[in-house]
Every structure is written in C-alpha cells, then in structure tokens.
Design a protein around this ligand. Structure first.
Ligand SMILES: [Zn+2]
Length: 656
C-alpha cells in the first residue's frame, strides 16, 4: 500500500532495476501527503441478534499467500473517523435515484447507516460516499453482492476467477472527481515544505465514515432487515428476499483512521533522445496496491520493467530514440491518483512545453480482451501499431481487437477501424493529470477479463497463474505494444496525431449531447458544428500534407525538411493544450480540458462544461461554454492550416 514500508522499499528497488538496465537520470521524487490508514475498525450488529463482522478474508490451503497475517482487513481510504450506533437501511447501489426511491417509501437515511452494493449499476465508491454524505447518513457500508462479482457470474476463487464469500473490495472514497492528488495541496505539488490548506477546507475529503464488506459480513444485516420488500431490480444474489430496512437491524460502527502526513515516492528514469531531447514521451504505471495487487497494478509494473529492460538492451546496442522517453513508477494512485498528480503539478510548465503524449498502463492483464483508450487524435496510430503485433492466438492483436469489439458491440459484421479505440475517457487512473490538468494527449492500454477479485487479498499470483494470464502471454504482448507505441511516437518524422479523426469524434460528442439534452431547442449549435467541420477539413488537409512531405523526403536528400517538420511538430503538440480553459470547467477549476472530463461516478463525460450546464438546464452558462469551445476550435483550425502550409512549402522546396 502507499505509505507502507514495503512500497517505499519497492520505489528504491525499481530505481535499482532501472540503473542496472542502463536507463538514465534515475531519480526518486518525494511528496509529503495527507495519508489515511486504519488504526481500528469494528462493526457489530447489536439488534435483533448480535453479529461481529469479521472484516477479514478467509485463507485457502491451495494458496499460501492468502494466509499472510500482514494482509490488511476491511477499510476505505480517506474514510472519516467516528463511532455510531444506528439503524441500517439498504440503499441498493447508493446512487441519488436510490435515495429518491427510499423517500417514496417513506424512508429517510438521516443519521442512519446505509448499506449499499458495489456495482448494480456501477458507480465509483467515492460517489456513493458523497451521495450518502449529502443525504445525511451517519456512515456507509459498501458490500460486494455475489450477483455482480461473485457466484452469480461464475466459479469463485480458488476454483474460478470470481470473488468468494469473504472477498473485500478495498479502495479509497476520495472525492478526486472534484480535485485529485494530495487533498491539502490542490493545484500545486506537495513537495516537502509546501504550503498546505487546512483539512476543513479540503474538498476531496469525505466527512462520512465508510467501510467495505464481503457478502459474508453483509448477509446477516440484510437477512434480518424489516421494512418494505426491496423492488425486484434491487434484489441481489443472496438466497432470501431483500428488504429496505426499518428500525429492526441496528449496528455499532467504529472507524479510527490515522491521517498523518506520509512520504510518497515517484521513481523516474529517462532515455535521453538522440536528436530532440526536449520532446518527451511520458510512460507510467502505479506501484502501490491494496494488498498484493497481482493485477492492479503489479501486472502493469512487471510489464513496465520488462519494457524498460528491452529499451536498455537497445541502448547498449547503440539504438537510441530520436526523442526522450520519461518513465515513471507512480505512488498513491489508489488513494487519489496522488503521485502522478503531484509530479504533473510540479513539472507542469516543462510538461506543457515538452510532452507529446502520456501512455498509461495501470493493470496490464486480467484477461485476453484488449481495451485501448486513446484521446481521439491518437486512435489511428494505436490501431496501426496493433496491426504489427502477433497475439497469443496466432492472429495479430489488431484481429483479436476486432473480434473483441465485434462481441462488445453485439454486431454480426466485423468492427470497423474507427470503432476499435474507446475514445471516451473518464478518470480512475494516472492519465488524469496529463489529460485534464495539462492538456497532454493520453493513451490507456489494458487487457481485461473476468476480474472478480479486484482490490481484494485474492488478487495475487495464484489468481494470475490460474485465471488472469496463465503463461503471462498478454503481459509479454503488452510489453511490445507499449514499447512499440512509445517508439513510434519517439521516432516519428511528423508526429502521428490524426485531427481528422479527432474532429469526427468531437462531432459525435455534440450529436450525442444534443440527442440527450435537446440543446438545439435552447441554443444555436450551427456555429459550433461549422467550426467542427472546418477543423475536420483542416485535419484532413494536414494528413494529406504529411503524406506528401514524407514521400517527398524519401526522394530528397535529408536535412532541408527537418527544420520545417520540427517547427510543425512543435505547433501540433500545442493543439491538445488549446482545449484547456485556464478557468477550468464550471465548479471544478482543476479540470481544465473542455472536451474530456469525468462524471462524479468516474464515468466519461465529453464536453463537460456544455454538457453539465445543459443537463442542469442552465442555458446561459451553456451558451458561454459553447462560445469557449468555438474559440478553441478557431484557434486550432488556424494552427492546423498553418502547419499544412509549412509542410507544403517544405516539400515543394524538397521537390526542387
Ligand atoms: Zn490500478
């Protein structure tokens, strides 16, 4: 876990590995962060019968790692501390509409303990905590119902990949959808000695107590509840009728959290670029886990260390990329995306000048299904790279990806190239500071599968060896994918951003918003659509100019085109930055990007300022947000046209 002695040792171990592999500029950055870990947590049902929750996960003989007494019990990062004895109410998934339903049944949760399940439908646990806090509940218990991540899905651990009776999904309940990173240094780095705000002013810290439960511990509470029967859609996988609860079930909860400041460590290494050392491709993976973190994040860390070993071998053979690779092992991702956020805030000015892309791998493999989440301008290069890589099935990764997407889209026809990448990017991992705060294009890479042991003790070697990636074939493939994508970007003559594709995506964002919120009945969307059309044309012209330049340069002596392409690249790097509004999106000033953000549930949210204003029916605010988008588009259209002109001029010179 972040803040633990072992995790801090691993920061140094990663640094040592990178030095041995031949990487350069190996550095460990320290950030002093408001941390959160349990001193004492207990839960007892006091009526109608007594039950002491175990708050622990059961060991299994076949997997000795499950017997480790050092494994943590049940807790949620950044839970408030306190003690309460109160009735327990079942509030389904803990989303706002669930409390609305309880109100129709005459049930208030004020001062009570709410029991909610994790994913039906899924929402980030921090959103459940904030919602319960706003409803005036005294505490929230979040449990894993077997219908969603247990026996309702298939065989459970250790016979299968799904969560067993006692598995506990730990996690943080930070409100990092408002403000990620150290809660006491919003917008600046928590380097030792940094200015800190008072805890009472920290918008990302919950004021409610929260504890996660296995269904083993939730069952006695649910089974004894009185009150109205839960509606059919609220019924879970346990073999009895669920009730909403009344006064019958009462519980005593005590949560005592240690919130002392602790050092977090980000380990960084570089491979300095041979020709353009001040242009960076940034790669990162987080190191902190909840227990072992077999999938999350250690599969990603193993992939990263294998990739850096390969890059080190290439360096030893004299193969150095044109641009610099900056590689980071983040800390505290699980708490508030903390290490990456603090590092991004510390080096913001330099990153805005130098960063071409950020490539994130959190978990690399929990199964065989590829999920690529690039900003739309990088979708084309990602698809291209997958064509070159052999997958374990003998097909290319591209073909496997098409098969996976076809199934996901429930289509009988093969998926189109334009449907492969998922360009709807929410939060929930270390790409957030790069995309949303700095305006750097990001790509997320992951192979996933039935991963029912997420954030539990059972996410370990046994699970990975038997269910996640037996033979580690997808780990190896991720090493190739991540490395080849990084080198494509690092060695490109003209940076492979595809703004024509970006424009098509932006148009579909506007279309979807208009269908959902009937924006055109309140605002004139034509100027916005006209700008998107022009941006698409400018992107298509640039793509054509790039092709012409690259084919001319293969026929012409090298040299002349370099100055022009370098200048053009510097301009193209700024396109993503231009989607950022220094004021941020309304109500969340840290989130600067106006095309991409996350909802409070972590779900993706496109055109956040315009969308949230439209959904709130605030058409005055929506109109001003539309104007911001139009101005950004105008700026980027001019930048693309300028880049095309420069490339055309240079290839004409080359032709003479
Ligand atoms: Zn993770």
């Amino acid at each position: 876990m972040a803040g633990s002695q072992r995790n801090n040792e691993l920061a140094r171990w990663v640094a040592d590995q990178w030095k041995q592999q031949g990487l350069e500029d190996v550095t460990i950055h320290e950030y002093d962060v408001l941390h959160s870990k349990p001193r004492e947590i207990s839960l007892e049902m006091v009526a109608p019968v007594e039950y002491h929750a175990t708050l622990r996960e059961a060991p299994y003989a076949v997997d000795p790692d499950t017997k480790n007494p050092a494994a943590s019990g049940a807790f949620l990062g950044y839970s408030a501390s306190g003690e309460v004895t109160a009735p327990v109410i079942y509030a389904h998934s803990g989303n706002p509409e669930d409390y609305d339903y309880l109100r129709t049944q005459g049930i208030s949760v004020r001062g009570k303990i709410v029991l909610v399940r994790y994913s039906n439908p899924y929402s980030y646990r921090g959103f459940k905590a904030l919602t319960a806090e706003r409803e005036g509940a005294a505490a929230i218990l979040i449990y894993s119902d077997p219908q969603e991540d247990g026996y309702g899905q298939g065989k459970v651990f250790p016979e299968g990949p799904w969560g067993p009776e006692t598995h506990i999904q730990r996690g943080a309940i930070t409100y990092d959808f408002i403000q990620p990173g150290d809660p006491l240094t919003p917008g600046w780095a928590s380097v030792p000695g940094a200015k800190r705000i008072p805890i009472a002013n920290a918008v990302s810290l919950p004021k409610i107590m929260g504890v996660p439960l296995s269904w083993h511990d939730a069952q006695p509470l649910l089974k004894n509840m009185d009150g109205p029967q839960a509606p059919q859609s609220w019924q879970g996988g346990l073999p009895f009728q669920y009730h909403l609860g009344g006064d019958r079930v009462r519980a005593h909860l005590k949560v005592d959290m240690d919130t002392s400041t602790q050092p977090y460590y980000v380990t960084e290494a570089r491979i300095r670029g041979a020709e353009l050392p001040d242009e960076w491709i940034v790669l990162g993976n987080h190191r902190d886990a909840w227990v072992y973190g077999g999938v999350d994040p250690s599969s990603g860390t193993a992939t990263m260390l294998e990739m850096t070993r390969d890059l080190g071998e290439m360096l030893k053979k004299g193969v150095r990329p044109r641009r610099t690779l900056v590689i980071c092992s983040w800390d505290g991702e699980e708490y508030a995306l903390t290490g990456s956020t603090e590092w991004g805030e510390e080096f913001a000015d330099e990153l805005k000048k130098k960063a071409i892309a950020y490539l994130n791998v959190d978990s690399s493999a929990s199964g065989p299904n590829f999920h690529g989440t690039p900003v739309a301008s990088l979708a084309t290069v990602l698809v291209d790279v997958t064509r070159t890589l052999p997958a374990p099935s003998g097909k290319t990764l591209y073909q496997e990806w098409r098969d996976t997407r076809q199934q996901q889209l429930h289509e009988t026809r093969p998926a189109q190239d334009s449907e492969l990448a998922d360009t709807r990017i929410g939060s929930g991992s270390d790409h957030t500071v790069f995309l949303n705060f700095l305006g750097i294009p990001t790509v997320g890479l992951e192979f996933d599968g039935p991963y029912g042991v997420y954030h539990s003790l059972y996410d370990d070697f046994y699970w990975m060896n038997h269910f996640g990636d037996p033979g580690y074939k997808y780990h190896a493939l991720m090493t190739q994918l991540w490395g080849v994508l990084a080198l494509r970007l690092a060695n490109a003559n003209v940076l492979p951003y595809d703004f024509e594709t970006y424009a098509k995506n932006i148009r579909s964002f506007v279309d979807e918003l208009d269908v959902k919120s009937r924006v055109h009945e309140h605002l004139d969307l034509q100027p916005l659509y006209a700008q998107v059309d022009q941006f698409e044309t400018a992107g298509r012209d640039l793509n054509a100019a790039v092709v012409a330049t690259l084919s001319a340069s293969t026929n012409a002596p090298a040299g002349g085109e370099n100055a022009a392409t370098n200048r053009v690249n510097a301009e193209l790097m700024q396109i993503e930055r231009n989607w950022c509004n220094p004021d941020g999106i309304p109500g969340r000033p840290w989130f600067k990007h106006t095309l991409y953000a996350a909802r409070f549930t972590y779900a993706h949210l496109e055109l956040p300022g315009l969308t949230e204003a439209a959904e709130a029916g605030d058409w005055k605010l929506a109109a001003s947000q539309e104007k911001i988008l139009e101005a950004e588009l105008a700026k980027n259209i001019a930048a693309l046209q300028q880049a095309s002109r420069e490339l055309q001029n240079s290839s004409e010179r080359g032709a003479h």
